[in-house]
Design a binder for this molecule. Structure first.
Ligand code: MTE
Ligand code: LUZ
Ligand code: MOS
Length: 733
């Protein structure tokens, strides 16, 4: 009954690959394309089929239902048939009696390809008109009004910005185990953030009703968005294998396979133009975003939408137009990653502000401060900033961490030093909470109180290290007021709570927690009524036993849907978010300008967590997300060749943040008296927003480098990631 953290520490927690293998278990190894674009002329599997231990080889021909897994757009086959569109695209699966045998046999599969020219660059895809979905423009100004606003501006600055992708690097790779049950049913132990998504797609591919498929998730060794949609194919492969062979099948990827075949954060390219008045107030902003979507849609359209919603960051912009293109390329389909397009949208406007500050000879934090959203301002999509803590968060960070003093000391350091330069980067964050697809903002819970007084709470939430189970338990405890030790959180299963949204969008505790609260309140009401009748103080176990004796229903299911959400895509207007999360980070970095190396010296954060359900967990979420955000923009260098092959395909060539690269001094304080009336018990979602504090580290390093060299052939230095290599090239032209 211990919490996950204690079990993890003792090494007792089981992950999908640790589950005891059922009798007769077999293992799937997925054979994937070695080229980024081409025709499949012939597939030769005879030699592999004859290899020791091989049970069966599956291809598209073995799919009884639809060979289609696309969640938003039906553009992604489970198995490629006549064409391949990216390296790592599945073509066949070997099933064998051991994982080693399956992988050895996989080497024996041959394909005759006719190679075609791949497109890897989103701008090139856009030139050719290769879009995943129609492009979208969002803003509060038409072209005429925008042009006029630029005309009236005191300064107008234009430029480009680009951002790389990012590996999720969850500790646990993608893994699933499927086992046939009697009566043609199927059970899938899936390493997914979205059990219902797995159930839906497996049903479609296997040609079974959803009711014949049970998907169970105990926990994940990290998801970070990488298992929101892209756990589905691996679970479906396992289920298809189990259906065809009648034996359990496990599919567990090795690190290199996972890196090659699964999507990552989307790389973006952008053009921007910003106009400001004498004071430094933004009067106009225009941007065009080129999202590198990869070879199929996956979640790209939803991610693109969030880039638009966060395109003006924490700022009020009176005239803005942002256009976003989802560009189809021959790279692995990029997918959800903590922030979900928000970080890319925000990086672009921060780039514009940083350049504008240079042009105006001002400190960027002054421009940021005067442009922050104020209560009652409208976002470009019409929603009113309500409960807006943008200014409060910024001011509190500035005061608590002495922003003015930090500015002075950085300037003094730079006057006194030639080889080493220091930079300050302030990053205000404003992030909308809710799935932008309104329909997805619903959740269910099922709570049982057993006759001995123990309590079982089931929801659709998936635990991936973010602490949602601890939060759900705290909510049940708050309402029922029994000893917390009596409350357990059930393994997530599609048989207990159905039709669930993935645990994503930082809304896991919000949505599922609200459903738990409603269910517990109903049970509490029944117990309170009984208590009133008993007219004496009764301990919990006795109360429950009496309730059962009185034939009172001790189970309750509940459903929650977030109120007041609506969005009109034609008008690009509405209220997509229940509320926003705010906060500000102040970052200092020092660059060794001879070597191009740098350290992030300190990151000081004031974050709006509402009334935290679990302050220690929330602090961990802020620190972890910060490290991930810094990693994205500084060290993590996702590289593909011109031929569309992943170059950074192992941890030897992909540098991830570690304890050595982490900031020396990280301080996190939460805004006080910031109860959020729009979420469960006054709390706020926390999973994703703090990732964007990492943007501050980028601009701190950039500011330091610009002290050393302001005009070099590196241009404006608005190209992330800012690896030491790139920085060195910039500093020394
Ligand atoms: N924290 C840990 N330790 N592991 C994870 O995989 N995923 C992040 C965030 N924090 C993640 C994490 C992402 S992308 C999201 S959307 C949220 O957790 C999801 O959980 P929540 O909605 O319960 O906050
Ligand atoms: N997933 C999704 C998300 O489907 N819609 C969203 O708006 C979202 N936002 C953040 C993370 N995942
Ligand atoms: Mo998080 S990207 O919403 O899984």
């Amino acid at each position: 009954m211990s919490l996950d953290a204690a079990q993890h520490t003792r090494g007792e927690s089981l992950f999908t690959d640790d589950l005891p293998e059922p009798e007769g278990c077999t293992f799937g190894a997925v054979f994937t394309s070695t080229i980024a674009h081409g025709k499949v002329l012939a597939l030769h599997t005879d030699e592999a089929l004859a290899a020791p231990g091989v049970v069966r080889i599956l291809t598209a021909a073995d799919v009884p239902g639809e060979n289609q897994i696309g969640a938003i757009v039906p553009d992604e086959p489970l198995f490629a048939e006549t064409d391949v569109h990216h390296e790592g695209q599945p073509i066949a699966m070997v099933i064998a009696t051991t994982p080693e045998a399956a992988r050895a046999a996989r080497h024996l599969i041959r394909v005759d390809f006719k190679e075609l020219e791949p497109v890897t660059c989103p701008r090139e895809a856009a030139r050719r008109g290769h879009f995943i979905v129609p492009s979208r423009t969002l803003g509060n100004a038409n072209q005429a009004k925008l042009t006029d606003a630029f005309k009236k501006a005191h300064v107008v600055v234009e430029g480009t910005a680009s951002m790389g992708g990012q590996e999720h690097l969850y500790l646990e790779n993608q893994a699933s185990l499927a086992a046939p049950l009697e009566g043609g049913r199927m059970r899938i132990f899936a390493g997914t953030q979205g059990p219902t998504a797995v159930q839906r797609v497996a049903a479609r591919v296997l040609d079974l009703p959803m009711s014949a498929i049970e998907v169970e998730v105990k926990r994940l060794g990290g998801g970070f968005g990488g298992k929101e949609d892209q756990a589905t194919p691996w679970a479906t492969f396992a289920a298809l294998g189990a259906l065809v062979t009648g034996r359990p099948v496990k599919v567990a990827l090795q690190r290199e396979e996972d890196m090659i075949s699964t999507g990552k954060r989307h790389p973006y390219d952008a053009d921007w133009k910003i106009g400001l008045d004498e004071e430094g107030k933004i009067v106009a902003y225009e941007a065009t975003l080129f999202q590198n979507a990869g070879a199929s849609a996956d979640l790209s359209p939803a991610i693109l939408e969030r880039s638009l919603f966060h395109g003006t960051g924490s700022y009020f912009v009176p005239a803005t137009r942002i256009t976003a293109h989802s560009c189809r390329t021959n790279l692995v389909p990029f997918t959800a990653f903590r922030g979900f397009g928000g970080p890319q949208g925000m990086f672009v406007i921060e780039s514009a502000l940083a350049r504008a500050a240079e042009v105006m000879g001002r400190n960027p934090e002054e421009l940021q401060a005067i442009n922050l959203l104020t209560e009652g301002d409208r976002f470009p999509f019409g929603q009113i900033a309500d409960g807006c803590h943008a200014r409060r968060g910024f001011q509190e960070a500035a005061e608590r961490y002495d922003l003015a003093g930090q500015r002075n000391s950085v300037d003094a350091f730079n006057t006194a030093n030639v080889r080493h330069k220091r930079g300050l980067g302030v990053m205000p964050v404003c992030f909308g909470i809710s799935f932008t697809n309104t329909m997805m903002n619903q959740a269910g819970a099922l709570v049982h109180i057993y006759t001995d007084g123990s309590v079982h709470v089931a929801t659709g939430a998936v635990e991936m290290g973010q602490g949602v189970t601890a939060k759900l338990r705290a909510i049940a405890h708050h309402v029922l007021e029994c000893d917390i030790e009596r409350i357990t959180i059930a393994t997530t299963s599609t048989t207990t709570v159905a039709n669930t949204s993935p645990t994503a969008a930082s809304a896991g505790a919000d949505l599922n927690g609200m459903a738990v609260k409603i269910a517990c309140e109903q049970l509490r009401q029944r117990l309170d009524d009984l208590r009133a009748k008993l007219d004496r103080k009764t301990a919990w176990p006795e109360l429950i036993a009496t309730a059962h004796a009185e034939r009172i229903h001790l189970s309750c299911g509940a459903h929650y849907s977030t109120p007041k959400l609506e969005y009109n895509k034609e008008l690009e207007s509405g209220n997509p978010f229940a509320y926003h999360v705010f906060g500000t980070a102040i970052t200092q970095a020092t660059v060794d300008c001879l070597r191009g190396t740098y350290t992030i010296d300190s990151v000081h954060i004031v974050h709006d967590a509402g009334r935290s359900l679990a302050p220690l967990i929330d602090q961990g979420q802020v620190e972890g997300a910060l490290a991930q955000g810094i990693g994205w923009l500084t060290l993590e260098d996702l590289q593909f060749s011109d031929q569309g092959r992943l170059l950074s395909r192992a941890l030897a060539t992909y540098k991830a943040p570690d304890i050595y690269s982490s900031p020396g001094d990280v301080r996190v304080t939460f805004l006080e008296d910031a109860d959020n009336p729009t979420a469960v018990l006054g709390s706020k979602g926390i999973g994703e927003p703090p990732l964007m504090y990492g943007i501050g580290a980028y601009f701190a390093i950039r500011a330091a480098a610009r002290q050393f060299r302001t005009r070099a052939n590196g241009g404006d230095l608005l190209q992330a990631p800012l690896t030491p290599e790139r920085l060195l090239m910039y500093l020394h032209g």
